[in-house]
Design a protein around this ligand. Structure first.
Ligand code: AMP
Length: 375
């Protein structure tokens, strides 16, 4: 199926037209600075006008449109064919994702007008995690406060964790419902996921994408008393949000949100940058250990996303000393400049260690086609 994949941000519109079976791209594009004074489009509707022109120029007609939607709350455990009811449900999740869901809604509205006769599917970052057991998604705070605010662990990066855990099963020559995988999505945003026989049973991001691993600019886990202390000292909500989401993580510790730069600084003797990468890797190892325990051991550990796919130093550091947990990385395989899905373990240990490039556009296109085939 030829699918137009749409990833609408607050001021950007990324799109690709691709074959959901082969992954072959006919078009990819990125319209940025929507609504800005000197931007090329005043709003998402006008941006879609530009997309239509590009598609007409190259002569492709999508058979379906797949929209990336960050937050599906606890309503969506699978992609959904878009109708007015689904749009209303995505709008009901705006309080949970105040920056992301309005952008997705703008993209959906514009795409429905631009392609009125083409079926449209919403693919949610949260959906893969929606069936986590209650013990995994429940925060140990007053139940009534949690209920009123819809506080629970939703998890994100679900499309990526689902995709790479399926590819991991392929690489082992087994069906997805027979393998247990720890998936480590390490990019500018980062999360870990315990995948038991194809289902997410725990994940490190929570009610928002702030929880869990150390990220490019986000702190991940901190003592929840820290923001309380700052609030008592007079910090307001916007300042605390800015600190934890935009001024922390690798940037806050080491001066850059780019792991390549952190390595360069550390190798030049910068102690802060060296500590930043150690804190980053230690957090990943802690979650890896936790998820190996939850799964009672895993068939595979998968590294993916910008750092996971490209950074042998981080992969090696994360896995060092885990021999007794069944994980042994082969240094030559780990360091080889290969690109595709591959194993980097030494072949003797019980748990495969893999690098699997994630492809969220292809994953969205595939989920879109599967959803329409079922509908
Ligand atoms: P993503 O969010 O998946 O696009 O990942 C982006 C991040 O991956 C960048 O901010 C870099 O820190 C990291 N990255 C990309 N290429 C490399 C590389 N060759 N080595 C280490 N980190 C990399």
């Amino acid at each position: 199926m030829i699918v137009l994949v749409v990833n609408a941000g607050s001021s950007s519109l990324k799109y690709a037209v691709l074959d959901s079976t082969t992954g072959r791209r006919a078009v990819t594009g990125d319209i940025e600075r929507i609504g800005e004074f000197d931007g090329g489009a005043v709003d998402h509707a006008q941006a879609f006008g530009q997309v239509l022109e590009v598609l007409a120029d190259v002569g492709v007609q999508p058979e379906a449109v797949g929209h990336r939607v960050v937050h599906g709350g606890d309503r969506f455990s699978a992609p959904a064919v878009i109708d007015d009811d689904v749009v209303a449900a995505i709008a009901a999740c705006v309080p949970l994702a105040p920056l992301h869901n309005p952008a997705a809604l703008a993209g959906i509205a514009a795409a429905r007008r631009a392609f009125p006769d083409v079926p449209q599917v919403a693919v949610f970052d949260t959906a893969f995690h929606a069936d986590m057991p209650p013990a995994a998604h429940t925060y140990a705070i007053d139940r009534e406060v949690a209920r009123q605010n819809r506080f629970r662990r939703y998890g994100f990066h679900g499309t990526s964790h689902r995709y790479v855990s399926r590819r991991a099963a392929d690489l082992l020559g087994r069906t997805v419902d027979t393998v247990d995988v720890v998936s480590l999505h390490l990019g500018n945003g980062a999360s870990a996921c315990a995948v038991q026989r194809g289902r997410s049973i725990d994940t490190s991001m929570g009610a928002t994408p702030l929880e869990g691993l150390v990220m490019g600019t986000r702190s991940g886990d901190v003592d929840p008393a820290i923001p309380v202390i700052l609030a008592r000292d007079g910090w307001d909500a916007a300042e605390i949000d800015d600190l934890l989401n935009r001024r922390s993580g690798l940037l806050g510790l080491g001066g850059s949100n780019d792991m390549r730069r952190i390595h360069a600084l550390a190798e030049d003797g910068d102690a802060a940058a060296d500590l930043a990468r150690e804190v980053f890797c230690r957090r990943v190892t802690k979650y890896l250990g936790a998820y190996l325990a939850l799964l009672g051991g895993a068939d595979a550990v998968v590294f993916t996303a910008g750092i996971g796919e490209n950074d042998p130093w981080v992969r090696s550091r994360v896995c060092t000393g885990l021999e007794r947990l069944g994980i042994v990385v082969d240094p030559d395989r780990n360091g080889a400049p290969d690109r595709g899905p591959r194993r980097i373990d030494d072949g003797s240990a019980p748990t495969a260690v893999m690098v699997i490039p994630t492809d969220e556009e292809l994953a969205i296109a595939t989920e879109c086609a599967e959803t329409l085939a079922r509908a």
